[in-house]
Write a protein that binds this ligand. Structure first.
Ligand code: MN
Ligand code: MN
Length: 467
């Protein structure tokens, strides 16, 4: 005899929201797809530690899938695939749809810049027979997290004659690494009285790069001379060439599985390369969509989407303008009918610090990709705050296509806050909502995401493009 359910129980089942760990909703085959997808994702993370590297790798992957460089003079037809390279730091990928362009485009926009230490313009100095590099951090970091971890140096240098050198030291197993030093606890009595945000100060983020003198000649700064001599031999650069360089100091760690069950991915730069990779894969797997689809991998989000490679600039609008012109319509017409998933990460609930989240509206690892109606701070200030009409559309296509998803917000009300590119895309007259992967230890040198959530982000962007 089966027990009969009470009236209240039946009504509860009908009316209450049912949240469930996504892993309990996947078949064994689906778990295999999740895990194999994340093997490629980890490779992407290791190859893409700067925005320039992420742009380059993305273009290579796109070319392999038949994308060609965008030509504004050319007329494209349904199924054509193009990429637009904006100064090697941001990329637009586009697959032309079967419907007329004036019906709008679908955009997924992720950022490929990440918090890091940038070298200053005159970085090299010797002090007490050690050679160091001065840095200025980029984006929101907790400065105390950056000393005493192995660091790598990535970037570009332009020599006096205008020729370019690509730099990448610290990633190969045989490479040396660099480090920001910290005090031993025995002598940190005074330092320990500092606040956490001042524990390591900005001007203390100096990167140790050398320790041996060049030779026995009686000249000053022999250690710096030795370092510059090594750089000259390897790259043909002199000290003044740092003036026309963009060099980024990033963690030298490789991406790895985290946890005995291998359910999580640990790696540097997952905000926002986890959404960049998933939005990239989604467009690469787009064949002949109804609507024209666009993935934007943008730069400078971490410092306010500024500069001509950030989304406050007109480069996306200009791209749409070129498309519109060729299609015999106008840019405002296309943009007014367009929709966008702002593909950026959200905060994952951390059981060690539960007090910063409001549990009913927090995102959880393995509960799927997060849909975030609003970000902002102190009364949603500065955010996009997506329209209910657009949320309704997103919710319906996700549910109809078995995308496991959850909602989220950027922590408790009035505790902090932040923003994404959503607000700048909304400025173009496009309907937009934030959709992305929840992250633990966001903006730290080693961030954590759940494999299920990564795969569901891919599925979400793919579903958006094809529905
Ligand atoms: Mn982000
Ligand atoms: Mn960020």
């Amino acid at each position: 005899m089966s027990e009969e359910k009470s009236q209240a129980k039946l009504l509860q089942e009908r009316l209450f929201s049912k949240k469930k760990n996504g892993m309990l909703r996947l078949s064994a085959d689906e778990v295999k797809s999740v895990d194999s997808f994340c093997e490629n994702y980890k490779r992407f993370l290791d190859q893409s530690k700067t925005e320039r590297e992420a742009a380059k790798v993305s273009i290579e992957l796109a070319k392999a899938k038949g994308f060609t460089e965008f030509d504004p003079d050319k007329t494209y037809s349904a199924g054509d695939k193009v990429y637009y390279n904006n100064r090697d730091k941001s990329v637009i990928l586009c697959v032309f749809g079967t419907e007329p362009l004036e019906k709008g485009v679908k955009i997924s926009a992720a950022h490929i810049d990440c918090p890091r230490l940038d070298l200053k313009q005159n970085p090299v100095y010797e002090s007490n027979e050690l050679c160091l590099l001065k840095t200025h951090y980029y984006g929101g970091i907790k400065k105390y997290q950056w000393p005493t971890i192995p660091l790598a140096l990535h970037g570009v240098i332009f020599r006096a004659d205008g020729s370019r050198v690509n730099v990448c030291i610290g990633e190969d197993e045989s490479d040396p690494v660099f480090m920001v030093t910290d005090l031993l606890p025995h002598l940190a009595q005074e330092q320990s009285k500092r606040t956490l945000s001042e524990g390591i100060k900005g001007e203390e983020l100096n990167v140790l790069i050398g320790s041996r003198p060049f030779n026995t000649d009686e000249v000053s700064e022999q250690v710096k001379l030795n370092v510059l001599s090594i750089l000259f031999d390897k790259y043909g650069i002199v000290e003044d060439d740092f003036v026309s360089a963009e060099l980024e100091v990033v963690p030298a760690f490789k991406a790895k599985d985290v946890g005995l069950d291998r359910g999580l991915v640990g790696g540097y730069g997952q905000d926002d390369r986890v959404c960049a990779y998933t939005a990239l894969e989604a467009i690469l797997q787009c064949d002949k969509p109804k609507t024209t689809c666009i993935t934007v991998l943008t730069d400078k989000e971490e410092i306010g989407s500024v500069g001509n490679t950030g989304l406050q600039s007109a480069y996306l609008k200009h791209f749409i303008f070129f498309l519109a012109e060729k299609a015999g319509t106008t840019c405002p017409m296309v943009l007014n009918n367009s929709t966008c998933l702002s593909a950026d990460v959200s905060v994952a609930f951390d059981p060690t610090f539960p007090e910063v989240c409001e549990p009913k509206n927090a995102s959880y690892c393995n509960y799927g990709v997060t849909v975030c109606k609003y970000t902002g701070a102190r009364g949603k200030s500065g955010c996009n705050d997506a329209n209910a009409e657009f949320l309704s559309y997103v919710r319906n296509i996700f549910n109809a296509n078995s995308v496991i998803w959850q909602t989220g917000e950027l922590g408790r009300v009035d505790l902090g806050g932040g923003g994404t590119v959503a607000a700048y895309i909304a400025d173009l007259g496009v309907d937009v909502v934030d959709v992305g992967v929840p992250v633990l230890c966001m903006h730290s040198p080693y961030e954590i995401t759940a494999k299920l959530d990564i795969y569901m982000a891919f599925k979400a962007f793919y579903t958006f493009f094809n529905n």
